[in-house]
Design a protein around this ligand. Structure first.
Ligand SMILES: *Cc1c(COP(=O)(O)O)cnc(C)c1O
Length: 368
């Protein structure tokens, strides 16, 4: 069996975030065990999808749920579901949407890379509002008789110039139009698994490989049962457009285990542990004369603290990031374009003891 090392690939400590290109998150032993157990038996995938969906719906206080191959695939399936419902003939016709309601409205200020996956369903994305602000009338005038849904990216980062989600839901529902919320990275808190749908959103999408710590190639859709059923019918093994994003029995059982773990774990204790790592890191850095402080919450409003270390210049920051990466063990710390002199340390993706290793290295690099 080849390892990363055999391939000449050097694993690193991830102090940045649950980032796809860095491997997402690390699966806890329960998730790995569930996948290994699932891998040893043949089952009917239709039945598995349906029963796991029902179980996750119950666990997350939703009417329905559907396991998918990543949140990006969730966007494709939700777009398909709002156009076809459970109508087999329409499902078989996608991505040809001739004669269907096929327009999905999205804020212009939320123009992210994530608008391509829903378009793969055949839906047309129609933007409303401006880059720097959105008025109620912008959304109102975008509705037509071909509107299939409004797609909303829920995060403080994406909502700055957008209408508030409750207002979008109320305006859409007055016209009988469903609302899809992409909340891929917005966990923890666990309550977000039902917060958006509780607010009235018809579908909400989460990544399985971020805060949930499920398989990296998994995702979760929760919401109205008629629509999550329609998502499932458009997916593998149903043979719809979502067939290209197959989720296997191992990922399905792995994601279920991840959701079960997430719903039963003591999030307060987990948060207290992260707060401890952050407090200790800040204290050690400040004691050495380095500018460091705790920031809260995460960039999408997630309930965890981070350490922000501010250096004298951008050049010094880049030099420090490079030295961390090049060292032994290799460390990838966080950085953001809007705060070019700071390094961020995120405990979400750290293991026990790693924060101390990072601080030791920072002290060695910066105390010179
Ligand atoms: C990460 C992310 C996705 C994609 O999630 P995957 O599970 O990697 O497919 C979609 N939307 C947003 C806002 C994200 O942050």
């Amino acid at each position: 069996m080849s390892t990363y090392k055999d391939l000449g690939i050097k694993p690193f400590i991830n102090a940045f975030d649950t980032i796809t290109t860095m491997g997402g998150s690390l699966m806890p032993p329960e998730v790995v065990a569930a996948m290994a157990e699932a891998a040893g038996h043949f089952v009917d995938l239709f039945e598995l999808n349906e029963k796991v969906g029902a179980r996750i719906a119950e666990l997350t206080r939703n009417e329905g749920a559907c396991v998918t191959a990543g949140a990006a695939c969730g966007l494709l399936l939700c777009a398909a579901a709002v156009m076809t419902g459970c109508d087999r003939a329409l499902i078989d016709r996608l991505p040809d949407t001739t004669g269907m309601k096929n327009e999905i409205l999205v804020h212009r200020c939320q123009r992210l890379g994530w608008q391509r996956p829903p378009r793969l369903s055949g839906a047309r994305l129609v933007e409303f509002g401006g880059e720097e602000g959105t008025r109620r009338e912008d959304l109102l005038s975008a509705f037509t008789e071909r509107t299939a849904a409004v797609l909303y990216f829920a995060s403080p980062l994406f909502e700055r110039h957008a209408l508030p989600l409750p207002e979008v839901i109320s305006l859409a529902h007055e016209r009988g139009v469903p609302v899809i919320v992409d909340a891929a990275a917005n966990l923890p808190p666990a309550s977000n698994l039902w917060a958006y749908t509780g607010m009235g959103a018809d579908l909400a999408i989460f990544s399985g490989g971020k805060g949930l710590r499920g398989p990296q190639s998994s995702g979760l859709i929760v919401g109205k049962k008629a629509l999550t059923d329609a998502c499932r019918m458009n997916a593998n093994p149903g043979g719809g457009v979502g067939r290209v994003a197959k989720v296997g029995k191992e990922e399905i059982m792995g994601l279920l285990a991840a959701v079960e773990r997430f719903m039963s774990m003591d999030h307060d204790a987990e948060l207290a542990r992260r707060e401890q790592w952050v407090a200790r890191a800040v204290e050690r850095l400040v004691d050495a004369g380095i500018s460091a402080r705790r920031v809260f919450p995460g960039i999408h409003g997630q309930t965890y603290p981070r350490v922000r270390v501010t250096l004298p210049s951008r050049a010094r920051r880049d030099e420090t990031l490079n030295a961390l990466k090049a060292g032994e063990p290799s460390i990838v710390a966080g950085s953001y374009p809007d705060d070019p002199e700071s390094i961020y340390l995120n405990p979400l993706t750290l293991q026990e003891g790693e924060m101390d290793i990072i601080v030791d290295r920072l002290l060695a690099l910066l105390a010179q």
